[in-house]
Design a protein around this ligand. Structure first.
Ligand SMILES: Cc1cc2nc3c(=O)[nH]c(=O)nc-3n(C[C@H](O)[C@H](O)[C@H](O)COP(=O)(O)OP(=O)(O)OC[C@H]3O[C@@H](n4cnc5c(N)ncnc54)[C@H](O)[C@@H]3O)c2cc1C
Length: 439
């Protein structure tokens, strides 16, 4: 059925011919590459996952050979001549999330250093590192985003107000060196792709005295002398993307690798970069939610129990309906938040005023919660089969549970949005007595 502007299907509304083709291609990659690779990786030991020849590397190389890493870049940084619309970006992100949360995360953290280099990098750094990275189609480069530290996870977002006392001393410190900075310290065991990345986008406290709310942000080559990696973590979910510690022992970072010089992390840089990551992750979470819904629907249609299909039960019908409602609302909000963020983040257009943190965070919280609730309910629809290591829903449930922590816990993201609401939400006030008097 051809449906102009989506026709009967709201999830296709507004998609043009090119976007529909992109969606179909991304879905085929999710089906043929991401899901099978993620299934195999999930069962491997952490060491097997990062060994040469692991499906992790072949999958990343496939995405690069198809040019997916260029989709989210502006044309001047090597992106498509006709930039992908925010709607097209949402569609691709949802399909990647549908295929595998872990591999989608690995794909996104790989792009983080490139995207920030394209916005903030010096011309030397762009020529030396960004251009070959963007041109590469073999997976020779892989990025990660090293933010959290052993004693600093949630508080990285919680320190929006820049209160040094609330944060305390960072565990990665950059001190001025000859022509650059010297890094000493470490990042947490949860850095996605940390065990295999070639480069990291790193936040470090600038100077011995201070805190991470006054930090510098730089790209560090992870084969530089003094960099060491911890063993890959053995996690409950998102096992298809390896996480691990990064240690920095007197690592020299030349000035040209500094993307953002020492200064307050909030409100401009951190806040707006987090708007971008929040609205991207929310679209990936929609893919996880949809995957769980579709698994449950398929199972419910097929499962005969007590002589009839389980779809005859009202509880199953209502559960499927509630899942569908969550997927659809999460998608609508996530798409709107991504479009808003892309249109308003500084640099998007002359005089752009900035994206709305409360909307980006709320979309992320909403979509992550939707993914978890849908996966939870889907497992219930499967009964005991859903608990078996042989069913996809068991993996989706573990991945969806991890989403409530990955990229900021749900509570901390919600508190951050609440702070923005309380400080900045504008509304008219009414005097009830006056209002009634003039009625
Ligand atoms: C799959 C996965 C991938 C990840 N990828 C990366 C990555 O690529 N790079 C990276 O740097 N990090 C990464 N992380 C780390 C992630 O960002 C942190 O785990 C997350 O921010 C929470 O920090 P924490 O684990 O230290 O928990 P904690 O900060 O110790 O929090 C523990 C509990 O206390 C609550 N809490 C703590 N502080 C506050 C507060 N101020 N207000 C209210 N509640 C609070 C939290 O909500 C939580 O319930 C990843 C984590 C996971 C699970």
């Amino acid at each position: 059925m051809g449906h102009e502007n989506g026709g009967l299907f709201l999830d296709l509304a507004g998609l043009g011919e090119d976007e529909l083709v992109l969606r179909e291609q991304a879905h085929r990659i999710a089906v043929e590459v991401l899901r099978p690779a993620a299934w195999v990786l999930d069962r491997m030991t952490p060491a097997q996952r990062i060994a040469p020849g692991s499906p992790f590397f072949t999958t990343m190389a496939t995405l690069k050979s198809l040019g997916y890493h260029r989709f989210f870049l502006p044309a001047e940084a090597g992106g498509p001549e006709e930039p992908l619309s925010p709607l097209a970006q949402s569609v691709v992100l949802e399909e990647l999330g549908w295929g595998s949360l872990g591999l989608a995360t690995a794909f996104l953290v790989d792009m983080l250093p490139v995207i920030t280099m394209s916005r903030f990098g010096s011309p030397e750094l762009q020529a030396e590192l960004m251009v070959p990275w963007v041109e590469d189609e073999t997976g020779a480069f892989h990025g990660c985003w090293a933010i959290t530290e052993p004693d600093h996870g949630s508080d990285f977002i919680g320190q929006r107000d820049g209160d040094a006392r609330s944060y305390g001393r960072a565990q990665l410190v950059a001190e001025p060196g000859d022509g650059g900075w010297v890094l000493r310290g470490q990042k947490s065991a949860w850095v996605s792709s940390g065990p295999i990345a070639t480069h990291a986008a790193v936040h470090a406290q600038a100077g011995r005295d201070g805190d991470l709310s006054h930090s510098l942000f730089a790209v560090v080559a992870l084969d530089d002398p003094g960099v060491r990696r911890g063993a890959p973590a053995d996690m409950l979910g998102v096992r298809d993307d390896p996480q691990g510690e990064l240690f920095f022992d007197e690592v020299f970072v030349p000035e040209r690798n500094v993307l953002v010089p020492p200064g307050p992390f909030y409100p401009v840089f951190g806040d707006q970069l987090l708007c971008l990551t929040s609205s991207v992750i929310s679209n990936v979470a929609v893919g996880v939610a949809r995957a769980a819904f579709e698994e449950a629907l398929h199972h419910a249609r097929q499962r005969i129990q007590g002589g009839g299909p389980i779809t005859r039960h009202k509880n199953i019908q209502l559960t499927l309906y509630a899942m569908f409602e969550r997927v659809e609302t999460a998608r609508a909000y996530s798409r709107a938040a991504l479009a808003h963020t892309q249109a308003n983040v500084p640099g998007s257009s002359p005089g752009a005023l900035g994206a709305s943190p409360r909307h980006a965070r709320a979309a992320q919280v909403y979509a992550k919660r939707a993914a978890y609730e849908v996966a939870h309910d889907a497992l219930q629809v499967f009964g005991a089969q859903g608990l078996s290591r042989d069913s996809l829903i068991e993996k989706l449930f573990r991945d969806a549970r991890s989403l409530l922590i990955e990229d900021g816990t749900l509570e901390v993201l919600a508190l951050d949005a609440a702070r923005d609401l309380i400080q900045n939400y504008e509304h008219e006030t009414y005097d009830l007595e006056e209002m009634m008097a003039t009625w």
